[in-house]
Write a protein that binds this ligand. Structure first.
Ligand SMILES: [Zn+2]
Length: 239
């Protein structure tokens, strides 16, 4: 894993934290995020990839979250963004996990989908653009909406259980590398600190030396002036 992707993982964590304060905060679509998106996608199993990136649909009643009623949060399996809460989950009998609203108004985006001769509204993750499912207007109160999702692109965490975001993004080896880099950086900082201390001591010594030289110079000027005076007096007496 490149240094950039390790840095990005850290950046991603900061991004997650920032999102709690400003949900509109989104990663910019630049080369850097393209690189990390490719990194996320490379870790996906084939079926999840086919749903998330090729808009396929899992077989009804096949997904692990279809009948799950446990209390917790549902995240994007690709980028770990918080997408849905168990409070809005309901039994739709459709064969896919269904929610009457998303976790917040910024977590998902919708767009028109006219594939297979149907007019539907596709739901995608607002952060990584992965296909999640569709939204219909035959849901229960209070929204009347039915977010019909694919289990395979979701990741569930029980209430009180936080996703290890760094762990999800980095493999075990990569995490060890990151820890080692941290130790190396710490040693480097200590080394730099002691160099700084030595340099400070050297500067103090240099300052003392410069003061001594300046004092000597002043004394020499005084001596020279006195010698000049003596020469002048001698010249006067000779005249
Ligand atoms: Zn996502």
């Amino acid at each position: 894993m490149s240094k950039n992707s390790i840095l990005y993982s850290v950046f991603q964590k900061i991004n997650q934290n920032l999102q709690q304060f400003d949900p509109k905060f989104e990663i910019q679509n630049d080369d850097f995020s393209t690189q990390i998106l490719n990194n996320w996608l490379s870790n996906l199993d084939t079926e999840t990839y086919q749903i998330a990136r090729q808009s396929q649909t899992e077989k009804p009643f096949s997904g692990e979250y279809c009948g799950l009623l446990e209390s917790g949060d549902y995240y994007c399996k690709v980028c770990n963004q918080h997408l849905f809460d168990s409070e809005s989950k309901f039994e739709s009998k459709s064969g896919w996990p269904s929610y009457y609203r998303s976790a917040n108004e910024f977590s998902v985006k919708t767009k028109s989908d006219k594939a297979y001769g149907m007019e539907r509204i596709e739901v995608i993750c607002s952060r990584c653009g992965s296909h999640l499912g569709h939204v219909f207007d035959d849901g229960p109160k209070p929204t009347g909406q039915r977010f019909c999702m694919n289990s395979k692109v979701l990741k569930f965490a029980k209430s009180g259980e936080k996703l290890d975001l760094l762990g999800e993004i980095l493999s075990k080896d990569e995490r060890e590398n990151l820890a080692n880099t941290k130790i190396e950086n710490h040693a480097e900082i200590q080394n730099m600190d002691s160099k700084l201390e030595k340099n400070t001591a050297n500067i103090v010594n240099l300052n003392d030396s410069i003061n001594t030289i300046l004092n000597n110079l002043n004394q020499n000027i005084i001596n020279l002036e006195s010698a000049k005076k003596q020469i002048e007096n001698l010249e006067n007496s000779l005249n």
